[in-house]
Design a protein around this ligand. Structure first.
Ligand SMILES: Nc1ncnc2c1ncn2[C@@H]1O[C@H](COP(=O)(O)OP(=O)(O)OP(=O)(O)O)[C@@H](O)[C@H]1O
Length: 235
């Protein structure tokens, strides 16, 4: 008998369906999705506009709940979890990166990373300060911490968002078109940074993208079309 114990996936989805609206307005955004993503994977989620990428990311990270099926995140069943525990799971184990950065414009770069650590991840102020400075340094922004987001380039703002997403050392980073608002060269630099972090920390990355470069570099490509996985699923 083999002694090999199969590693549990970071994310497991079984027969996931998600519908929005009712009657003639009903949209079946996800149809019977089956998917496993292992710890440390770097996954690109590709598909045309409206194919269900954001919906899939929202469900696997506990932002939204499925209409049917089972979703497990780090061995916790998410679909019936009370919102309070879901919020705890998200703040502790997930880092989010968005297309439009979602930084708070009135706060400094430092405070954009520092406050979520104190308010959401419940670090004390000393540790939050050390972490904020360390992660801003690791994305090459130590010299800009006193600026406001509006005083940075798009690529620099996305680096702040990456530092914010990583500063609590999440198990999974979910990025919804992180290079979608950046020029090609800046997008490539951001992609390289994400891949470097993935290799150094074995944090799991799930990234929705239209970028061919990201698709070519990812460890695995999952393709979705009209709410159905057409490539890269577990069936
Ligand atoms: N809150 C909602 N209410 C109603 N319909 C929704 C909602 N969110 C998404 N949809 C619909 O679900 C389908 C999938 O949308 P989703 O945003 O997941 O696509 P996407 O692949 O991320 O698109 P894009 O690349 O343009 O961001 C679309 O038909 C969309 O109109």
């Amino acid at each position: 008998m083999s002694n090999t114990i199969k590693e549990l996936p970071a994310i497991f989805m079984q027969d996931i369906c998600k519908s929005f609206g009712i009657n003639e307005n009903k949209v079946d955004a996800l149809k019977n999705i089956n998917l496993e993503i292992m710890k440390g994977e770097f996954v690109a989620l590709c598909g045309p506009s409206g194919s269900g990428k954001s919906t899939l990311l929202n469900i696997l990270s506990g932002i939204d709940t499925p209409s049917a099926g089972t979703v497990m995140f780090l061995n916790n069943v998410l679909n019936e979890m009370p919102e309070k525990r879901l919020a705890y799971m998200r703040s502790k184990y997930v880092g989010f990166i968005f297309q439009f950065f979602n930084l708070i414009p009135v706060l400094s770069i430092f405070d954009n990373v520092f406050y979520p650590l104190v308010l959401n991840a419940h670090f004390n102020k000393k540790e939050a300060k050390e972490r904020a400075l360390h992660f801003l340094d690791s994305v090459g922004l130590a010299h800009l911490v006193d600026r406001k987001p509006g005083q940075l380039s798009g690529g620099q703002q996305q680096r702040v968002a990456i530092a914010r997403a990583l500063a609590h050392e999440p198990r999974v980073v979910v990025a919804d078109e992180p290079t979608g608002n950046l020029d090609l060269t800046t997008g490539e630099a951001i992609l390289e940074l994400l891949m470097k972090i993935n290799q150094q920390t074995s944090t799991t990355f799930v990234i929705s993208t239209h970028s061919t470069q990201l698709r070519d570099s990812a460890g695995r490509v999952i393709e979705i079309k009209d709410g159905v996985l057409v490539h890269g699923s577990d069936e």
